[in-house]
Design a protein around this ligand. Sequence first.
Ligand code: NAD
Ligand code: ZN
Length: 384
Amino acid sequence: MLGLNYRGPYRVRMDRDRPIPEIQHPNDAIVQVVRSCICGSDVHLYHGLVPDTRVGTTFGHEFVGMVVETGPTVQNIKVGDMVLVPFNIGCGSCEYCKEGLYGNCNESNAMSTTSGGIFGYSHTTGGFDGGQAEFVRVPFADVGPYIVPPDIDLDDAVLLTDVVPTGYQAAEMGDIRTGDTVVVFGAGPVGIFAAKSAWLLGAGRVIVFDKEEYRLDFVRKYAQCEAYNFEAIDDVVWFIKKLTDWKGADVCIEAVGCEAVGRAEQTITGRLKLQGGSATAMVWAMNSVKRGGNVSVVGVYGPTGNLVPVGNMVNKGLTLRGNQASVKRHIPHLIEHIRAGRLNPKEIITHRVPMEEAAEAYHLFSNRLDGCIKAVLIPPSISY
Ligand code: NAD
Ligand code: ZN
């Protein structure tokens, strides 16, 4: 059959003599591809940025096709069905799949604790051959494939295998509230659908940044949003603050990933592999969102070598939250815990030091001496 053959960074070729895949497990199906897309994620593979991308493998995780063979246990699809196949492979029965977290399946890429299986996306995600070929083996065929309803165009269906749900989930993870200002970094397919979905989820204003004028023109019309070329702007973070009355965006969506441009130090350290790709869009998102705002990241940071492992955060679907404690809000209920004896804060005080000896207390505390956990300074005028 015809199938893509990865030959190394920046080199792929189409071979006419790839072996047609066979059923390997009773719940496999073989699908004859009728539509197959190239994704921004494939560009990271093509550039050799995803670890363990082996020569000889076939990429492609966005495909629609006709079922031509099923294993003996397959019940939910049959030969002749036209199916759209989600890019992530879920087993359907692990604790994550049962919760609908198919992208975090525990079984489809059993050697990994970060990522489930993905079609055509390196051995880091299971080593499955993908859909940039005439035929694909689809494991767990009762779980992922979705029969394309007759009224749905195949061109719409193939975009439902990845970029539409990814853009939608990016907006969903932003926890958009009615009227929110949502900034989307990246006007590729994922950013475009994130912008479109932000409106569906109640945004009051949607602003997109990219550097490709043709993409900015497209997203302005297609997603009825404001769109700016970041290359024409000195300081993107300042610009976003200015646009939002100096407050910052309510929600920022990162739909760019590890090949972001726009900040030399990020691009250079990323290309030199001093870190696992450039995190420029992450930095902009974190710095231009308002205090207490939400940052949603779907851009891929495949390499695990980032100083902060952003890629693992994305692959594992983590929720990271940070804040300065809003102390006053917590005092009443914490006092109740103390009164009830559930919390005894003073037990951590190891040292009561006369204030005149504060220097000694610094020495003890900073050098972790004398079992010091918490020192309290008592001024000389105090007798209790
Ligand atoms: P794409 O490459 O078509 O689009 C990325 C866009 O970002 C480009 O138009 C580029 O000009 C722009 N860009 C570069 N630097 C930027 C910056 N600093 N600020 C704003 N824009 C910048 O890719 P895509 O298909 O739209 O995918 C986007 C990202 O989402 C990729 O990293 C891809 O791997 C990832 N992705 C993730 C999932 C998921 O499930 N998490 C699924 C699909 C794609
Ligand atoms: Zn994709």
